[in-house]
Design a protein around this ligand. Structure first.
Ligand SMILES: [Zn+2]
Length: 350
C-alpha cells in the first residue's frame, strides 16, 4: 500500500504542473495583430491618378476624431483606413456590438501606412472566437462566426498609447465630418473653385485638417480666443459668454465639405470650406489662421464686418490673431500631429 502512494503523488504533482501550462488549461486570450504597410497587405488612398469620383466619394467621408477609421463593409468584412498622411503604429481597434456595455479589443495594428486601406474578414471568422473587452474580461463571439454581425449593429473606434495616437484621439472633442469636393464640376472659369481637385490636394488637405482640428482642441486656443477683443457683424464687442459660444460653434461644426480655391485664398460658409493651394503647401511651416479661421468665421455666420474674419485696426485684434498666435506656438514646439518630419510624401510640400 505504502509503495503505491508515492508514485501516485508524483503523478498527480506532475499532472498539476502540466495542466497549468499545457493544452488542457484555459488558453490565455490573445489579441490578433495586423500590419497594413506594404502592397501585399494594403492599398493606398489618394494615390496620384485616382479619379475625382473616388476622391470625392461619400465612402471617403470620415469623422475627424476617427482618422483611423474602421467600418463594416458587410456582415463578415470590415475596412481599415488611415485618413492621416502619416503612418500609425501600435493601435488597438475597438468594436462595440449594439447592446454591449464594453467594447471588444478586436485586433491590434502594428503598423498602418499613411493613407493605407484594406478590407479584412472579422478576426473571429478567420481565427479564434475569444476576445477581451476594455475591462479585460473574456468575450466569446462564436455566435457570429458563420453569419457575421449586421452592419447596423456594430461600431468601431481606436485607442493606443503612442504620442501620435493620443493626439489624434483628442480630435474626438470636435464634431467635424470631413469630405472632399469638386465644387466646380462644370469647370466654369468664372468662379474661384479649382477646376479639378486632385489626389495631391486631398493628401495635403488630410494633414492640414488634422492640424487645424488639433489647434481647436487645445485649451490654449480657447483661452486666447475668449481673452481676445472680438467684434460681431455690427462691430459690437462680443461678451465672454458670446465668445465661448462662438468657439463652441466652431468645435461643433458638423460638416467640413472641403474644396480648393484659386484666385482667392479661401471661401467659407455653411459647411463649405475652401482654401487655396498656398495654404495646403504652407500649413506645416507657417501660421495659416489668417485664411482658415477667417473662413471658419464665415461658416458660423460672421461677415467681414466682424473681427471673427478680418482683424480690426489699429491694434490688429481679432479671432485670426488670437488663434494664429497659438498656431505659431504649436508649430515652434513641433506639437502638431502632422509635421514635415512625419508627412509621408515630402514632394507634396514643395
Ligand atoms: Zn471672407
Amino acid at each position: 500500500m505504502r509503495k503505491l502512494i508515492l508514485p501516485l503523488l508524483i503523478i498527480s504533482v506532475f499532472g498539476c504542473k502540466k495542466n497549468s501550462n499545457g493544452p488542457d488549461a484555459p488558453k490565455a486570450v490573445t489579441t490578433a495583430s495586423y500590419n497594413f504597410d506594404t502592397d501585399a497587405n494594403s492599398t493606398v488612398m489618394f494615390a496620384d491618378g485616382e479619379s475625382i469620383t473616388l476622391l470625392t466619394s461619400e465612402a471617403r467621408r470620415y469623422e475627424i476624431g476617427k482618422v483611423l477609421r474602421v467600418k463594416a463593409v458587410n456582415a463578415t468584412t470590415i475596412e481599415v483606413a488611415n485618413f492621416a498622411p502619416v503612418e500609425i503604429n501600435d493601435a488597438t481597434i475597438l468594436m462595440t456590438i449594439e447592446g454591449q456595455a464594453s467594447p471588444v479589443k478586436l485586433f491590434k495594428i502594428g503598423k498602418i501606412r499613411a493613407h493605407g486601406v484594406q478590407e479584412i474578414k472579422y478576426p473571429f471568422i478567420t481565427g479564434d472566437s475569444k476576445f477581451l473587452n476594455n475591462e479585460g474580461q473574456e468575450v466569446d463571439l462564436a455566435q457570429y462566426k458563420s453569419a457575421g454581425i449586421p452592419v447596423e449593429k456594430v461600431s468601431f473606434d481606436f485607442s493606443g498609447d503612442t504620442e501620435l495616437i493620443k493626439k489624434l484621439k483628442t480630435l474626438s472633442k470636435l464634431k467635424w465630418k470631413i469630405k472632399y469636393h469638386d465644387f466646380d464640376p462644370n469647370d466654369d472659369p468664372a468662379n474661384n473653385w479649382k477646376e479639378n481637385i486632385d489626389a495631391k490636394d486631398v493628401r495635403r488637405f488630410t494633414g492640414f485638417i488634422i492640424n487645424l482640428a488639433y489647434l481647436f482642441q487645445e485649451e490654449a486656443t480657447r483661452t486666447a480666443f475668449v481673452a481676445e477683443p472680438i467684434t460681431d457683424n455690427n462691430k459690437i464687442i462680443l461678451t465672454t459668454v458670446q465668445k465661448e459660444e462662438a468657439f463652441k460653434k466652431m468645435i461643433d461644426i458638423p460638416n467640413f465639405n472641403c474644396g480648393v480655391v484659386v484666385n482667392v485664398s479661401g471661401l467659407g460658409g455653411g459647411a463649405t470650406f475652401g482654401v487655396a493651394n498656398h495654404v495646403l503647401k504652407d500649413y506645416l511651416t507657417a501660421d495659416v489662421c489668417f485664411v482658415v479661421v477667417h473662413e471658419m468665421g464665415h461658416m458660423i455666420g460672421y461677415s467681414h464686418d466682424s473681427s471673427m474674419t478680418y482683424p480690426t485696426n489699429p491694434g490688429n485684434r481679432g479671432a485670426v490673431v488670437a488663434t494664429g498666435n497659438v498656431y505659431k506656438d504649436l508649430l515652434a514646439k513641433q506639437q502638431f500631429p502632422v509635421k514635415v518630419s512625419n508627412y509621408y510624401k515630402p514632394q507634396d510640400l514643395q
